[in-house]
Every structure is written in structure tokens, then in C-alpha cells.
Design a protein around this ligand. Sequence first.
Ligand SMILES: Cc1cc2nc3c(=O)[nH]c(=O)nc-3n(C[C@H](O)[C@H](O)[C@H](O)COP(=O)(O)O)c2cc1C
Ligand code: SF4
Ligand code: FES
Length: 648
Amino acid sequence: MDIQVHGAGPTAEERAAVDELLGAASSGWDGGERDIARDGRSARAGRAARDQRELLLPALHAVQDRVGWVSEGALNYICRRLTVPPADAWGVVTFYHLFATEPRPRTVAHVCDDLACRLRGAERLCAELEDELGPAGEAQAESNGTPSNGTWLRSPCLGLCERAPAALVVHAGAIRETATLGPIRDALTISRALEGDTTEFFTQPAQRLQALRRSVPQAGSAGLKLLSRVGSVDPTSLDAYRSSGGYAALQRAIELGPQGVVAELAASKLVGRGGAAFPAGRKWEAVARAADKTRYVICNADESEPGTFKDRVLLEEDPFAIVEAMTIAGFACGAEAGIVYLRGEYPHAEVRLRQAIAAARAAGLLGEKIAGDGSGGFRFDIEIRRGAGAYICGEETALFNSIEGLRGEPRSKPPFPVEVGVFSKPTLVNNVETLANVPWILREGGAAFAATGTPDSSGTKLFCLSGEVTRPGLYELPFGATLGELLALAGGMLDGKELFAVLLGGAAGSFVGRDRLALPLTFEGTRAAGTTLGSGVVLVYSTEADLGDALLRIAEFFRHESCGQCVPCRVGTVRQLELLQRLKRQTPIGDRAREMALFAELAQAMRDASICGLGQTASTAIASGLALFDPFPGRPAMPDRAHLEEGS
Ligand SMILES: Cc1cc2nc3c(=O)[nH]c(=O)nc-3n(C[C@H](O)[C@H](O)[C@H](O)COP(=O)(O)O)c2cc1C
Ligand code: SF4
Ligand code: FES
């Protein structure tokens, strides 16, 4: 297929960025010089061209990383190189919020204004930034060769909630530079960072250790499983990992054989930590039994649920454990290729993971003959695919589309990923935390794992505490601990404030009141209480918090993140936000009771008729909030709870 593109071509810098990824163009067919004598007799089409499509996202990243935005000329060049129709590529580049299609300065501070950061002054910070740097996104792009100081943008949750209010600074160039900032005191910190000065954060080893202890207050404590290496084992050293028991699990897996590994996993009763709580052993077995022998293992590291940062900490502080777990999964399921789909906003995790993969490969722990002596061994390797800022891409089938270079829109299920996954092949998808449990299970045995926690929720769980709590951070507790115990571990309420409510499970979760401190944090306990553990978010609100603001933010989040593919979610998320805005303005359609009835109807339509979990859960947190409190107090009373519960 000869892709016809009209209009602008790439600048030398854009072309260099793409060529660095794809190699130089070889003919007129893929964007190079047209040579009629040569190109007139050959064509590149069909499968060869389609196979390149998966490089679309990496190519867009290459340009965004180098130049700071994706121009029409750059997009045209990518289309010719990859044989992708320009309209198609436009649909993809505009799907992700980390790609800019308008000129932007090279340095951008993405300032989080999401749930946890709002509770710690994000709006005040944004107002200061407006005063000092101008409105978000308004700084001038480079002109006359004079670089501007950059700009700032509001961002959804950056997965740095324990350091709220937080920001991610990205400087585009031949080598992309990034810095994560938080907790940010004032706008000056952002202005300095835009000028390249991030010394306030993490330049000295002592500062890094201090920051780590703040993120993981339990670091170094006895009895931890998932966080046992954090702060005490160098995450950049394979030797250190091995000295702390690393790779004993792979050895054990090889002794057990693939079926033995799956049996051990089933005995552990481990269920997925990505939100759906599906038994891991059953999933592994289904992939291992698939008829198609080309199989994939995917580590879902997209972690974009507001309030969640557990996977980031695991990847940054114990990356070899994830590499080892994926290798064991490859061995057990007969997959030779592993992919980590990593959140685009996690640059530090990417560096650590790349180091770990390279070190494992150099040591023969990834590659052609793992544990081989020339006659045996198995093949398995891992690559990283970076997301580009789209919450929906954490949904496993949207993730497949994203990897394949399509818009990140979920697919209908069935067929399930274990049969038809990425590249239409059987695929094992597991969350980072799920995989992090695997080495322990193999080392100590499935039965020992199942002995921790409760009969229906085995093992330990990571909880992401943020909001108005004294020591926000990542905590590990055996399943069964209560909400009250977890809050006490985090030092209780910030500045002696009074607890009002907790958002469990993030935007897709639900609010619980302070009367639920005895709630056991287990899958079965939360289910029985009509709530969910979701991805482990525990966002704490005091009596002083503006809960109407929180509900509006959640509604905005879903409206923004809906992929728009199915009507109930596309329209419902907009109508839900409008409804809350009307309530805030005190301009209900009819009276409030009528608005509540409408809300209940919208919620039901989204829950029953949406294709994927995003639409199905888009109203849960808001419904639970409306049932628990009056989000806009001081105005005419809300209808009674019975009416709401009946309707929702
Ligand atoms: C809207 C949406 C977003 C999701 N985001 C994530 C995510 O960021 N990380 C994750 O592991 N699972 C996420 N999931 C769940 C995945 O689809 C999938 O169930 C999970 O990765 C399977 O791994 P597990 O069995 O180990 O939990 C999401 C699901 C939905 C519906
Ligand atoms: S439910 Fe929403 S996010 Fe999911 S496929 Fe439909 S429109 Fe997209
Ligand atoms: S980083 Fe701001 S809410 Fe998560």
C-alpha cells in the first residue's frame, strides 16, 4: 500500500527521532527518497506493512520525547514509514493525553490536581501557578530559536499520591529528562524545575532514602513479604537481589516443571490484585493449555486509578522480582515473549526495569537458553511498552489494542485474553502486585501462602494511603486487618482532624463512612459491605474536606477517560457530570428528587449496558457518596437515603 500523505514533511530533528527507532528509510515506499528504477518494481504491502503497526506508539513517543510535540509533518513521516493511513494515526495520537498535537515548549510540568493532591493543596498551587506563570499550557512555544521556560499543565493522578501535591516535569530532547516533584510547597518549586533546577528533590542519596521512607513507612520492618527488600536491597543490583533470595524461585520452578508451578499457584489461592480478583492459578492453567503455541505474558503496569501507586513502588524498588515472576510465568505457560505495559508517567520505574531486564539478560536469566546447559533450557525475554496517558489502557483488552498501535478501546469479551489476546494469541495478563507474589509462593510453597490472610483472601495486600492521614504511603498488611488498624498504622488523622469518610478502591470504588472502621480489608469482607478493595486505594477525608468537590472530580475523571466507544458510558459520564454541576449551582431540573431519580437511571444504564468495567463502575463512587453525605451542604436538603438506595 503506498500511503499518500499531503502537506508538511518532518523537520530534520523529527526525522532523526523516527529513524533512530526504525532505522533509515530504505525506499520511496516508506518515506525515503523515491527511486523509480527501484521502487517502481517492488512494493511493500499486506502483512509486511501491517506487522509494523505495533511500532506506531513507540514512534509517537520517539517524536514527543525528542521534540516535545508531534507535528503534522512528523505524523506524516511516521505514517509513511509504518504504512498507516494518516486519519488512522491521528485517531491514535489524539487518544493519549501525553502526546501534544499543537506546539508546546520542550519543558512541561504536569501538575496533578486529582483526588489526593486536591486534599493537599493542589488547587491553591494551580492558582499560584496561574498568577506567576500564566494559565495552564499558555507559555509560548519556541520562537526565533529562543527556547521559552516551558509551561505547566494540569494532570490526572500521577501515581505519586503519597507525595501530594505532586508534579512530573518532562524535558524533551535528544535524551528526555524527567523529574518527579512532591510534596510541592509552592509555585516557585515548579518555576525552578521548568528552568532545570530540581535539586530540592532527590539529588543526594540521603534525600532519596528519606523520600523512600516517606513513601514506604514500613520499610525495613520484619514480616513483610512484598515490601521486604524495599530500602534494604539495592534495586539496581542483580547480585544484591540474588543474595536476598532472588532467583531461588525460578530454580524451584524448573525443578517443579510447568504443571507443578501452576499447581503451586492454584494451592496458594492467589487472586489478581489488578481489581477483578480472578484466581491466578486458573488463568495460568488456561494459557498453558491453549491450543496455539505462540503465547504472551503481559505485566499490567498501567496503574492509573486515582490514588494508586503500589505498582510504581514495586517496580522502582524491587524490579528483579517482577522480571523473575514474569520469567516463571513464561516457563509455566509456555510463552516466549513477555511485555511490560508501563504507565507513561513512570519514568523512574522504566529506568529501573530496563536496568533489571538488561542485567538478567546479561546473566542468562532472560534470552535464548535460560537455565540451559546447551542441551536444554527455555526461551523467554521481556520488552517494555510505554503507555501515553490513558486510564482505559489498563483494561486488559484496551491494553492489547494500545500495544498493537490502535486506539486503546476495549474489545468485547469473550473471547477472553487467555484464548485470544495480544496479536490474537493466548495471553496471560497479570497485575504487577499479583506477579510480585509469585516468587514467594514458589520459594515457600502455595500452602504456606494460603495460610496467611483469610480462607478467601490469601496472602498480604498492599494499600495506598493518601489524603488527610498523618503518614501517607504504601503499607503491606495480611488480609483481614481492619480499616481502623490500617489507619492507625498510618498515624491516624492529619493534624488531629476528625475522620469523615474513606474512599476505598479509588474512583471506581466507593466511599465508606467512619462507622466502618471495623471493616475487614478482605475481598469477601468488602464485598459483603457493598464496597470493594479495588486496586488498594485508601483515600482519607476529614470532616473539613470538600466532598462535593471530590464527587465532581470523580465525575470529571470518568467523562474524560471514557473511550467513547459505547453510548451508555460516552453519554452517561457526561450527563452524570452535568447533573452534579446543576446540583452544585442549585439549578436542578425539576427538584432534587427528580435529579436523584435521573442519577439512579443513568447509573443503572451505565452499569448494565457498558462494554467494559470503566462504564460499569463510573457511578459507583458517586452513588456511594450521595448516599453517605450531602455533597453541597448549606443548600436545600438532599432527598433521603432510602430514595437513593432504592434507585441505585
Ligand atoms: C477501566 C479499567 C482499568 C484498569 N486498569 C488496570 C490497571 O491499571 N492495572 C491492572 O493491573 N489492571 C487494571 N484493570 C484490570 C485489568 O483489566 C485486568 O483485569 C488485570 O490486569 C488482570 O490482572 P490480575 O488478574 O493480576 O489482577 C483495569 C480494568 C478496567 C476495567
Ligand atoms: S464502557 Fe466506556 S470506556 Fe468502556 S468501552 Fe464503553 S465507552 Fe469505552
Ligand atoms: S498523584 Fe495526585 S492524586 Fe495521585
